[in-house]
Design a protein around this ligand. Structure first.
Ligand code: MRU
Length: 320
């Protein structure tokens, strides 16, 4: 089952707001419904958002093909539905460049982007698993954050794809999934995927991560990214930075796995990235709250970035 695809003239997604209780597909026929799905995190994760952006433009072309003003407005609303993961705007803009050629060309480009993400997941799994074995030996205990599995991509995933590949090779001890406050992508989604894969795991509160590392219970942190900046600064789900600090203090590798489609050379550093601030009611009700959905891990805390095409050893001074 694919997390997102084009099926019978609609965008079809696994509705991630319902997991782990219910596994349901949802058909999306309009730009408005797609934007709602993106903003409510029914579809989420950087690679999946890239595909959503691409197919969103196909929906827009069908809905507003005869009216250029409405069409451009729809593309703009898709592109800006969430600001932080570079994949969303990138996917939408790439496909929008085909609009002058008509709907069939737009859909073909969106399909191509989907297929590239599927291929990227497979390549990252191999490279990521190879690197983790090189860094940690034959059976690491890894900590991961947020959800970076098939649910964040089309199939496979990024960091969790590499973890699954280690498991397939018989080269994984176990996983700690940090719960990922406030929307629980770790406790709800990663734990669901790990269960499906038959991988031994435990969920921990986010703030336990650095202490578990200090206590010697983690051999490597491996997680994904929503945007990797030109200098290697890594923007990812809030809580990532604390795990990176914990990893540095404990002297264990901190590995980022993300496709090339998440590497953004147009953004020099993390300071240039718009961090999505979400409704405080997701954190707590009845009192004021601040709810940044992402944080920035400075590049000097990152051991390596694994993409579908390369391994960049930031710890050895290599450049993104
Ligand atoms: O708010 P989300 O759930 O879209 O955030 C997702 C993440 O932060 C993931 O870690 C990131 O997109 C990498 S997933 C392959």
């Amino acid at each position: 089952m694919r997390t997102i695809d084009w099926v019978d003239g609609n965008v079809e997604i696994i509705d991630q707001t319902l997991l782990p209780g219910r596994l349901e597909l949802r058909r999306i026929a309009t730009v408005e419904d797609l934007i709602n799905a993106i903003q409510s995190l029914a579809v989420r994760g950087a690679p999946a958002l890239g595909v959503a952006g691409a197919y969103g433009v196909a929906l827009a072309a069908r809905q507003h093909g005869g009216d250029e003003k409405l069409l451009l407005d729809a593309v703009h609303r898709i592109t800006t539905a969430r600001p932080t993961a570079v994949n969303l705007a990138r996917g939408a803009e790439r496909v929008a460049a085909l609009l002058p050629k008509g709907f069939d060309a737009v859909l073909a480009e969106a399909d191509a982007l989907r297929d590239e993400e599927i291929a990227a997941s497979a390549a990252m799994a191999i490279r990521g698993a190879d690197l983790l074995t090189e860094l940690c030996g034959p059976a690491p205990r890894v900590l991961t954050h947020c959800n970076t599995g098939a649910l964040a991509a089309v199939v496979g995933g990024t960091a969790l794809g590499a973890v699954a590949e280690l498991h397939r090779r018989g080269h994984l001890d176990s996983v700690i999934a940090s719960e990922t406050r406030p929307l629980l992508q770790g406790a709800r989604l990663t734990s669901w995927e790990l269960g499906q894969l038959g991988i031994d795991f435990r969920v921990a509160v986010d703030s336990a991560g650095p202490f578990l590392m200090a206590r010697g219970e983690v051999d490597a942190v491996v997680l994904g990214a929503d945007r990797i900046c030109g200098n290697g600064d890594t923007v990812n789900k809030v809580g990532t930075y604390a795990h990176a600090l914990g990893a540095r203090r404990a002297g264990i590798p901190f590995v980022v796995v993300a496709p090339e489609s998440t590497v953004d050379h147009d953004t020099a550093s993390g300071a240039d990235v718009e961090i999505e601030d979400r409704d405080g009611a997701e954190v707590v009700t009845g009192v004021p709250a601040v709810n940044p959905a992402f944080d920035v891990t400075p590049h000097d805390l990152v051991t390596a970035i694994v993409t579908d095409r390369r391994v960049v050893r930031l710890d050895r001074g290599e450049r993104v």
